[in-house]
Write a protein that binds this ligand. Structure first.
Ligand code: SAM
Length: 219
């Protein structure tokens, strides 16, 4: 497939990392802490991010036969659920944040689920496509590797995956205007290798502050 531009898809880039690693937050699950931060500003998040990723969604929608069953893994308020539906696909959403889950349900069936356990939520081989837009960013490296394996299990052979995560800055806690979140930063080659090892053929890698990988389930 044709690779896209490296402008990061209009995704947010983040400011300076602050705070020491020896912090109270260290004692808590960084994923749970980070996901909870989205709750208070959920409406603002939806409005701010509403115009983004249109070209990526169009590209992924056109990469799959219509209609396909797509899982939006970490769907947030459901922007892309609505878009994939508009392209004639059938969509399901999962997210850990309950406020986002409630918002996403306006667009498609969505359940509250930790992506670290998503493989147990649906039968193997259920989906034709999995869309994971900036949703693995708060997971530790080993957790991400495990979730990629779960994605492979949920896709039918030949199913498609889009996944993007942070490739600029440094791994650690980041103080943002709405709260403190953990981000794991990946090297492009390292992440591409992880996707391959999870059971995918990598079709395309778009570099940028968020590395974007387009891949096909082997088998
Ligand atoms: C940066 S937002 C991206 C949201 C949406 N995919 C988008 O592109 O706008 C990260 C999303 O991933 C969700 N998320 C992060 N870690 C998760 C996990 N372990 N399980 C489920 N959802 C998770 C967050 O709740 C949030 O909705």
């Amino acid at each position: 497939m044709r690779c896209g531009s490296d402008d990061g898809g209009g995704m947010a880039t983040h400011g300076t990392v602050t705070g020491e690693d020896l912090d109270a937050d260290q004692d808590r699950d960084p994923v749970v802490v980070s996901v909870a931060v989205y709750s208070d500003g959920a409406d603002d998040y939806a409005a701010t991010h509403a115009p983004k990723m249109t070209d990526r969604v169009e590209r992924f929608a056109g990469w799959l036969p219509r209609p396909s069953l797509i899982l939006d893994a970490g769907c947030g308020p459901g922007r892309d659920l609505a878009r994939f539906r508009a392209y004639g696909h059938v969509v399901r959403g999962v997210d850990l944040n309950p406020v986002f889950v409630a918002m996403a349900r306006a667009h498609a069936p969505t359940s509250q689920c930790d992506l670290r356990e998503v493989g147990a939520r649906f039968p193997a081989g259920t989906f034709d496509g999995i869309w994971a837009s900036a949703s693995l960013v708060h997971l530790a490296e080993a957790e991400t590797v495990d979730v990629l394996g779960q994605f492979a299990g949920l896709l039918r052979p030949g199913g498609r995956l889009y996944v993007c995560l942070k490739a600029a800055g440094r791994t650690g806690w980041l103080d943002e205007p709405d709260g403190r979140r953990w981000y794991t930063v990946w090297g492009q080659d390292e992440f591409t290798a992880a996707v391959t090892e999870a059971g995918f053929e990598v079709d395309c890698v778009d570099p940028g502050p968020y590395v974007e990988v387009w891949a096909t389930r082997r088998g």
